[in-house]
Design a protein around this ligand. Sequence first.
Ligand SMILES: Nc1ncnc2c1ncn2[C@@H]1O[C@H](COP(=O)(O)OP(=O)(O)O)[C@@H](O)[C@H]1O
Ligand SMILES: Nc1ccn([C@@H]2O[C@H](COP(=O)(O)OP(=O)(O)O)[C@@H](O)[C@H]2O)c(=O)n1
Length: 680
Amino acid sequence: MYTTEFLDLPPLASAGGSVRLPGSKSISNRVLLLAALSEGCTEIADLLDSDDTRVMLTALEQLGCQLDRLDGGLLRVQGVGGQLPVRQATLFLGNAGTAMRPLTAALSLLATTHGGCFELGGIARMHERPIGDLVEALRQLGCPVDCLGSEGYPPLRLGNGQAADLHLDQPIRVRGDVSSQFLTALLLALPLVARERSVTIEVVGELISKPYIEITLNLLQQFGVTVSREGWSRFTIPAGSRYRSPGLVHVEADASSASYFIALGALAPASPGHDGITIEGVGLSSIQGDIRFVEAARLMGADVSGEANRLHIRRGRWPLKAIDLDCNHIPDAAMTLAVMAMFADGTTTLRNIASWRVKETDRIAAMATECRKLGATVEEGDDFIRITPPACWQPASIHTYDDHRVAMCFSLAAFNPAQLPVRIQDPKCVAKTFPDYFEALFSVCQAHPGQVPVICVDGPTASGKGTLAAAVAARLGYHLLDSGALYRLVGLAADKAGIPTDEASLADPTTADRLGALARSLPVRFEGESTWLGDEDVSDALRAESAGMAASRVSAVPQVRQALLELQHGFRRLPGLVADGRDMGTVIFPDAPLKVYLTASAEQRAQRRHKQLISKGIPARMEDLLADLKARDHRDMSRAHAPLKPAEDALLLDNSSLDVEQSVCQVLDWWQGRSGLPVR
Ligand SMILES: Nc1ncnc2c1ncn2[C@@H]1O[C@H](COP(=O)(O)OP(=O)(O)O)[C@@H](O)[C@H]1O
Ligand SMILES: Nc1ccn([C@@H]2O[C@H](COP(=O)(O)OP(=O)(O)O)[C@@H](O)[C@H]2O)c(=O)n1
C-alpha cells in the first residue's frame, strides 16, 4: 500500500494481463456478522482485508466472538448463536457504513431483549452520515436508541441495560429511499428475534440500490433464513428463523473494485503481447449488484466477455460512446463511469445518484470538482452529474476526500491523450476496500517509452547518496536502486568464487571476462531491508568498507559494467525510480528528468562515514577512512569507463552544511518544479 502524501502517476500508455481482486466489502462484512450471530463455526475464504473489515473484526472480538486465522488465509468464526457473551461495549467503527448500520440494528435488538448497552461511533465523517431512518425503525420496535451527538446521526447508545419486550406485532416501517443499508441492517438483525413469530418489514418510499438487498437476501439464505418478499416493498422473515452456519463461505472478489479494471480494459490500448485485461475472482454469475457495471461499460463501448468467476475486457469502440444512464442500480461503480465519460465522444449524464451525496464524501461534488480540474465541463444537480470531456486536458492534483473510490477512479485519468501525469493525493485512502489497488494497477499497466520517471543521485562516497535516495523514494512512493550494492555484490561473489580482484589481476582479460560472467548471473534477491546472495544474507557484509573498496576495483571492469546494465534498467518500473550511484545520470539513465550530483568536502564525508561505522559497532579510524575515501574518489573519477562526474544537466547539491531533511526537501522542491503538476 502507498502511504505517501501523494502518488504521481506518469502518463500511462497501455494495459494488459491478469489481476485477482480482493474480496467484496459488502459480502465480507455481511458474512462476518452472520457468521458471528450463527450457531456453529464458519470458515471464511478470501475475506477482504481492509479498513472496513478490520473495524468489523475488532468489533466482533470486543463483543466476545472468537476469531481464528487458519492456514491458507481462512478465517474461522465461532458463532455465538444469537446470544452475546458481552452485554456492554463501546465500538469504534471508523467510516464503515457496512459495519455501523447492521451492528446498530443487531445490537439494538440484542441489548433490548437481553438487557445490554452498547455505544457505537466512528470518525468525524461517520458522524455526518445519516442513520435517523434506521434509528426511527428501531425505536418503533421498542428499542432504546440515543443519538449522542446530533439527532439522526452517530454516535449512538443502544439499549439501557434493562431487558424489554419488542413490538413485533406491527410491520416495521423503514425508509428505503436514502440508503438501502437501513433495510439490509434490519433484514440481518430481525431473524434474531423471529424464533416464535414472523416479522414483517415495510419499505417506505422507492427502494434504492436494490442489488445490495439481493446480496443480503442471498447471504441470509446461505445462513439458513429464507425471507419472502412482495416486490420491493414488503419483506417477511418467517417464524422459527435461526442462523445456522453453512460451514465454509467463499467471498467473491469485489465487483465495485472490478469496475476500475473493466474501465481500464475499455480505455487502454492493449500492451504488446496482451489481449486486454482479465479479472479473476468475480464474473458474470456474481451476486453483487455492481456486476451490472459490465452493462454500462458495454454501452460505452467496452468489449466485455466472461465466465462465472472471471471477466475479460478489451478496448472496443474508441473513443468511448457518451451515454445517458439511470445509475440507481450501481451507485458505487457508477463513479467509474464519470471518469470513463472524460474519454467519450460527447456529453455523458449519470442520473438518479442522489445517494452519492451521503457516502464517504459528497461524491457528486467531489467528482465534479476533480473532473473540472482535469479540464472537463461538468454540471451537477441534486441527483445527477453531466460530464463533457476536456477539450484540453490539464495537469491536476486530485484531492481524494478520504474516499477510496475517488482515488481509484482518477488513477484512470493517467491515460489522458495529452500524456500528462496525474497526482493522487492521500493514496492510502484506498485501504478502505483495496489496500493494494495501485500495485495491482501498475502490475498491468505500461507507461509510454521513457516516461517512467527516474531521479538520479550520483556523487562520491559518503556524500549521503544512499540516505537521500532512500528518503526521496519513500516520500514519492518510488522504487529504489542502490547501484553501488550491485558492484559490492560482484566483489563479494568474486571473493566467494575465488576470483582475484586486486588491480593486477583485473588487468588480465580472462579474469575480467570471468567477472563479467559472474556479474551477469548474480543470484541476488532483495527482500525488504535484506540482500541475499544465493542462500546467504549478505546485508551486513555488503556495507563493510572492504566491500566498498572491492566494489570500487571491480566496477572499473567494462565487462562488469556491461553485465549490470540490464539489471539496473529493470529497476525502472511504475510509478518511478530513485537511483543512486556514480553513473546513474551519465550512463544508465541519461534521459532521467532530474539528476542530482551530491557532494560534501572529503573531511565531512570521512566524518560521516566514521560516525556511521562506529554507531554500527564497526571499529574505524578517521585517518584510514579519509585516505581510503580519497583513493576511492580518485579511482572512481579517473577510470576510463563511466567515471564519476556530474552529468551535463545535473543539479549540484553540496550538502556540507545541510542536514538530511534539508537535502531531501531541496531535491523534492526541484522534483516538484519538473513534475509539471500543481501542488494542490
Ligand atoms: N546531508 C547530510 N548531513 C549529514 N549527514 C548525512 C547527510 N546525508 C547523509 N548523512 C550521513 O552520512 C552517512 C553516509 O551516508 P550514505 O547515505 O551512506 O552515503 P553514500 O551512499 O553517499 O555513501 C550516513 O550515516 C548518513 O546518515
Ligand atoms: N553506479 C555505480 C555505483 C557504485 N560504483 C562503484 O561501487 C563502489 C561502491 O559504491 P557505493 O555507492 O555502495 O559506495 P558508497 O558511496 O556508499 O561508499 C563505488 O566506490 C564505485 O566505485 C560504480 O562504479 N557505479
